[in-house]
Design a protein around this ligand. Structure first.
Ligand code: O2Y
Ligand code: MN
Length: 594
């Protein structure tokens, strides 16, 4: 299918003239296209087809060892004014950046094919969805976009002649000279990598990396950094949140959206198999939620994606059986190990492996002294294949959100679960969220990192304005605002033991939240929020020492005070731009803790 969208045709022609590819192909989103590109990459040595009996229609890729994760220090918000990007983003002057990147882009696709990928974030035609067009010289990006978004002719048809789209330009930054042989994973050196966002133009330019969030531009770049700007302007929300439906034994449905930084088990929670009898959990999304206020005044969420791009290491039948079953077929694996049988393997998969080819392509055994899979190795797998996918996962109307959950990985101080007193207090909880580690970013250390709403790397504008937007949404939602909870699955005892079993047992905490929303259980008020009354958190069948339980729920005022000092210092970075309501919440908490 061709398009008559003049703006799109003009942009494609402009990019073609600048990047000078050997040929241009429009992605149609068909299986035939997917198979052809995969075969091309197998023949070129970039991909390995896995054993079809063990893992049907699935492929393994190994990236260049220098290109293994999102690069936060090369990710830029190029707003006209620096203060609009705020103190937590890398700001760069848009005019300067365009000059630098135009030089890099000039001739960058020589010897390569330029693919034009029309894609929809969200069900095509949903009032919450957006159309993007990614231009890329990476066939790996095309096949991943086939899984992660809705791609092809149906999108062009929906776009029509006048429709608006978000232009996303990507190049691996490795032109080929006449006769030069390609490498399996072309990319540019780190100092030439740019993941650039021009929020005032709804424009994304990415150069030099072929990996994940740097290259699959619908995900973090569009669905979070650019969409968060659009959402603020247009009065909706683009959040780094999983979405799930939790159904009680009586059939009452609760829709939950949860924001967690990397390495907090977000995908595991999204695909939870409850241990509590009669409760059912269904997945709607594992990473991103777009939410708009509906005609009834409630907040409706869609998952803008169509697949999961999950971390492989640590994923197993015990940590996330539903993910394991989702990726049994039709999946792409990146930087996993390859077994002698032709299947994938990674650390924590809970299957023995005596020998494999590691993510760098070297022979590996358990005594090799190195990991077989890169810690940020990924699977790309279709959401529709998840055995617990919710029938509403692709409903254009979305699902009404009852509960927001925020959390982080904290070994001390933060109890298992706390409910915000009201929405403003919930905004404060989200804004002060912090976590102790992250694996997805190359350049982030292992200290406590404030990660408001898990949006630190993804909010495409000044975080202070983002908090103001949350308060404004709260005003508009009024009585329909979701209840807000803060969780910490990772608290340890003074002698270093996990205090909470986590994983499937987290369903007990969700049950308490739902019962709170339904008015079925009370709560005890503490300085930091409402907490379960003894006996209300369903611990039946769990063997937890009552003393451990007390430690898990302990509110240590002195430790919280120390935490608040850190939070206050973080807030101070935003100066007067931080909303007064956040400061009021902080002062109120101080008074309650005194
Ligand atoms: O390393 C990457 O590019 C992937 S990062 C990622 C992927 C899926 C979901 N979330 C994340 C994240 O960093 O939050
Ligand atoms: Mn994420």
């Amino acid at each position: 299918m061709s398009t008559k969208n003049k703006k799109l045709l003009a942009w494609v022609a402009e990019v073609e003239a600048m990047c000078q590819p050997d040929r241009v192909e429009w992605a149609d989103g068909t299986k035939a296209e997917y198979d052809r590109l995969m075969q091309l990459m197998v023949d070129g040595g970039a991909a390995t087809r896995l054993n079809d009996e063990l893992r049907p229609n699935s492929y393994l890729f190994r990236s260049d060892p220098s290109d293994v994760a999102r690069v936060e220090n090369r990710t830029y918000i190029a707003s006209r004014k620096q203060e609009d990007a705020g103190p937590t983003n890398n700001w760069i002057d848009p005019v300067e950046l365009k000059k630098t990147m135009t030089e890099l882009y000039t001739g960058c696709m020589k010897g390569r094919t330029m693919y034009v990928i029309p894609f929809s974030m969200g069900p095509i035609g949903s009032p919450i969805s957006k159309v993007g067009i990614e231009i890329t010289d990476s066939p790996y990006v095309v096949v991943n976009m086939h899984i992660m978004t809705r791609v092809g002719d149906k999108v062009l048809k929906h776009l029509g002649e006048q429709g608006e789209f978000i232009p996303c330009l990507h190049s691996v930054g490795a032109p080929l000279a006449e006769g030069q042989a390609d490498v399996p994973w072309p990319c540019a050196p780190i100092e030439q990598k740019y993941i650039a966002h021009f929020p005032e133009e709804n424009l994304i330019w990415s150069y030099g990396s072929g990996y994940g969030g740097n290259a699959l531009l619908g995900k973090k770049c569009l669905a979070l950094r650019i969409a968060s700007n659009m959402a603020r302007r247009e009065g909706w929300m683009a959040e780094h949140m999983l979405i799930l439906r939790f159904t009680s034994p009586e059939g009452r449905r609760f829709h939950i959206a949860g924001a967690f930084p990397s390495a907090c088990g977000k995908t595991n929670l999204a695909m939870l198999l409850p241990t509590i009898p009669g409760w059912k959990c269904e997945t709607i999304g594992d990473d991103i939620a777009w939410m708009k206020i509906g005609p009834d005044g409630r907040l409706y969420a869609i998952n803008p994606e169509a697949g999961f791009f999950g971390v492989a290491p640590g994923t197993s039948m015990s940590s996330n059986p539903m993910a394991m079953r989702t990726l049994e077929k039709n999946s792409i694996f990146t930087n996993c190990a390859l077994t002698d049988e032709g299947d994938v393997w990674w650390e924590g998969i809970e299957r023995p492996c005596d020998h494999a080819i590691d993510w760098k392509g070297n022979s590996w055994t358990p005594v090799s002294g190195a990991v077989a899979a890169h810690p940020n190795a990924r699977f790309t797998t279709p959401a529709a294949q998840c055995p617990v996918i919710c029938d509403a996962w692709d409903n254009p109307a979305g699902v009404p959100i009852d509960i927001f959950i925020f959390g982080g990985r904290r070994t001390r101080t933060v109890p298992l679960v706390t409910q915000a007193f009201d929405f403003d207090h919930g905004v404060f909880m989200g804004a002060m969220a912090a976590s102790e580690t992250t694996a997805a970013a190359l350049d982030v250390g292992q200290t406590l990192r404030r990660d408001p709403f898990a949006m630190l790397p993804f909010c495409g504008y000044n975080m202070a304005d983002y908090w103001t937007h949350w308060f404004a949404m709260g005003n508009r939602l009024g009585e329909h605002a979701p209840a807000v909870f803060y969780v910490n699955w990772f608290r340890t005892s003074r002698d270093g033991r996990w205090l909470w079993p986590g994983f499937r047992e987290n369903s007990r905490v969700l049950k308490w939240m739902c019962q709170r929303v339904a008015g079925e259980v009370g709560a005890r008020e503490t300085p930091i929020g409402n907490m379960p009354v003894d006996g209300d958190l369903d611990l039946s069948g769990l063997d937890i020492d009552p003393q451990d339980m007390a430690e898990l729920m302990e509110v240590d005022s002195a430790a919280f005070h120390a935490d608040l000092d850190d939070a206050e210092a973080f807030l101070a970075k935003f100066g007067d731009r931080g909303p007064a309501r956040l400061r009021e919440q902080l002062e109120a908490l101080k008074r309650r803790l005194a």
